[in-house]
Ligand binder design. Sequence first.
Ligand SMILES: Nc1nc2c(ncn2[C@@H]2O[C@H](COP(=O)(O)OP(=O)(O)OP(=O)(O)O)[C@@H](O)[C@H]2O)c(=O)[nH]1
Ligand SMILES: [Mg+2]
Length: 375
Amino acid sequence: MDIDSLNNNLKICFVLPTYNEEENIENIIKQILEEERVQSTDTFSILVVDDNSSDETQDIVKGLISLNQKIHLITGPKKGLGDAYKRGFEFAIDELNADLIFQMDSDGQHDASLIPNFINYIKEGKDVIIGSRFIEGGTTPDFSFSRLFMSKVGNLLVRYVGGITQVKDCTSGYRAIRTSYLKELDFSYLSTRGYSFQSSLLSDLAWRGADIFEIPIEFSSRKGGDSKLALRDQIEFLLNIPRLGFRNTKDFIKYSLVGMSGVFVNLGLYTLLTRYYEVSELLAPLISIESALISNFILNNFWTFGKRTTQSRIRVKFLKFHLASGFSALINYAVFLTLFLVFQLYDILANLLGIALAAIVNYLINSNWTWKDNK
Ligand SMILES: Nc1nc2c(ncn2[C@@H]2O[C@H](COP(=O)(O)OP(=O)(O)OP(=O)(O)O)[C@@H](O)[C@H]2O)c(=O)[nH]1
Ligand SMILES: [Mg+2]
């Protein structure tokens, strides 16, 4: 979007997901509207996405709506935070014509006085602003050791597996996102329902080249009510991690086809060398393995990842590709030994599982390291 058009009167929608937030929702709405009052350029609207709370949340919001038309409410069955956000984004885009969408928790944990900071960076041309707990100046004063540990490990996984190492806080719920990026979003890809939606969404935005910027926030305790952080969401979060690595399934399919072509090169050359050129059975595999690696490398470089703008030179990539292959071979062997010796699985099945895991690891390393996209 052209930056000039963003400098005047932005339509900004704050999407607030709620589930039993009767103690907090009125305060956060008032704080946001107060931020609108002290600046004069932009127009705010507030969209509460309530999943049929069993407390008074909806009644409170309806009461506020009767006094102020800037406030909106959509409701639905409780399908999780991700689903609530999806519905909220659609409404904000289709019904409210928002230029900018804020994601914010409704429990007072996100400091509304930072809103102008977020907006300023958007007006400077950034596409996504994240209120970050894990950059310099960001804090989580009330986190227990175990919550901080889980949050950090979760972030590390998302950053490295999802290939978004440039972002330090991938799970923060305080964000401003240019709507133009959300309009192109393929919601079916982001099928996760709970908190993992946040990391899926971010990796998708980064994947599509959004300019992401983090500003520090203090993430203190919720002001009232109970946490909705459930074990189920944490399990879903972990299960979602490998999906982040695959982001673009097209690349993975191409990569798999190249891998299969490598099998033919390897076997074909081995047969040729041993049957027609009398090369020994000890030397022939080395030549055929390396030839398959070279042909895989060339095909991946120019076809699978041909469109990526990477920093590394071809020789460095070639070296990384070999390191990734060596590492994957070790994984293959370790899985095979564990399943075969410890779990006494049928040897061919043990090896097949080893190959499958090694192939996935190999793809993730090459996609996020060897041919890491610098878009
Ligand atoms: N609509 C909807 N909102 C939800 C759902 N789960 C959580 N929320 C809201 O999402 C926001 C974040 O949830 P929290 O429970 O505060 O999660 P958290 O901030 O990580 O955990 P605490 O630090 O314990 O507050 C809050 O505004 C919740 O009310 C849900 O299933 N549907
Ligand atoms: Mg909270």
